[in-house]
Design a protein around this ligand. Structure first.
Ligand SMILES: Cc1ncc(C[n+]2csc(CCOP(=O)(O)OP(=O)(O)O)c2C)c(N)n1
Length: 346
């Protein structure tokens, strides 16, 4: 299988091939990438200030997430991981809920009515099974909705990946598997994750189409996912897309990547920054300038402040609610623990 990734926008912003979307739509995607980057910086800073428990930054992966999520319709499902906030927010999962969840408050873990986005999966790979089940259920109900699942390179070593891929291919469920190969699974490089030439190659063994796309090219990602979604919607089965990208920051705010990564590698990926290439392209088309950039950053800052304020206004749960939300009728052990908490405060 070709290891040459599909690309439409070169790192210098040159477009190869036809314009896949109207310029206005590309500007909208770029604005969403700016918003995503502002939120990412804000959340990392909040964790340092003790306002979030831990945080998994996605700087460098904005094109992969926005490009993929923007290829879905409102009736489609997104089933993603802890690092996919940009994609989830684009599909309508409120930033305030994403922030609330990272304070440790489980009320951040649900989407508003009608928003077909599952809460972020912390269990590596487990959510792929859910995406296949949801897609299969939609098919059985006779709808044409598709489920897109996002996961990292590390997740492809999980048994859940095998089960999800195999079932999806055999039953032709309308599922799109979107792997963001960001080079690392915490401290494990992709070269130690798999001996396959590409992760997309794994599709062959399941009887599924697999392809590799430049994950820092929002237009190529959007096009690849759009085609896979329409194939799935037409009942022609699932696709595995490997998006080559890079995690610029630490795995989470508890990680020190300086202990396992060469700074030169990080710098070489900074040169391929996913935002810069869309901005350059839009500028050459006369569709973006300094004023538009300043306005987009200003608006993103206001949006981030409003989401943080909304999350921090939610009154903290008291300890008792941990027990009452567990079972309709609490077990005897939970009752004992509740009594101890009330008595001793711990
Ligand atoms: C089933 C499971 N095993 C282990 C972990 C611990 N863990 C959290 S993230 C991670 C690495 C995942 O890497 P990858 O799938 O490449 O995604 P990335 O973090 O790079 O986005 C591991 C091993 C977990 N959360 N769930």
């Amino acid at each position: 299988m070709s290891a040459e990734p599909q690309q439409l926008l070169a790192p210098d912003g040159t477009l190869h091939g036809d314009l896949p979307l109207p310029l206005g739509e590309i500007s909208r995607l770029y604005r969403a990438m700016v918003v995503a980057r502002v939120f990412d910086g804000k959340c990392s800073a909040m964790q340092r200030q003790g306002r979030l428990a831990t945080y998994a930054p996605y700087e460098g992966q904005e094109a992969a997430q926005i490009g993929a999520a923007s290829a879905l319709e409102a009736s489609d499902w997104l089933v993603a991981s802890y690092r996919d906030a940009a994609a989830m927010a684009l599909r309508g999962y409120p930033w305030s809920n994403l922030i609330l969840g990272r304070t440790g408050d489980e009320r951040g873990g649900h989407a508003p009515e009608g928003v077909r986005v599952l809460p972020p999966s912390i269990t590596v790979g487990g959510h792929m099974i859910h995406a296949v089940g949801i897609a299969w259920a939609e098919r059985l109900k006779g709808t044409d909705a598709v489920a897109l699942t996002m996961f990292g390179d590390g997740a492809t070593s999980e048994g859940d990946f095998h089960e999800a891929m195999n079932f999806a291919a055999v039953f032709a469920t309308p599922t799109v598997f979107f792997c963001q190969n960001n080079g690392w699974a915490i401290s494990l490089p992709t070269s130690r994750q798999t001996a396959a030439e590409t992760i997309a190659d794994k599709a062959v063994g399941y009887g599924m189409t697999g392809l590799v796309v430049d994950g820092n090219d929002v237009l190529a990602v959007h096009e690849a996912v759009r085609r896979a979604v329409s194939t799935a919607r037409a009942g022609e089965g699932p696709t595995l897309i490997e998006a080559l990208t890079y995690r610029i920051g630490p795995h989470t705010t508890t990680d020190d990547p300086g202990r396992y990564r060469d700074p030169a590698e990080v710098e070489s990926w900074r040169e391929r920054d996913p935002l810069r290439r869309v901005r350059r392209f839009l500028e050459t088309q006369g569709a973006w300038d300094e004023d538009a950039q300043a306005a987009a950053e200003h608006d993103a800052g206001l949006e981030a402040e409003a989401a943080v304020a909304a999350a921090e206004m939610v009154a903290a749960l008291d300890g008792d609610e941990i027990f009452s939300a567990m079972y309709a009728v609490p077990t005897i052990h939970l009752e004992e623990q509740r009594a101890r908490l009330r008595r001793d405060g711990r």
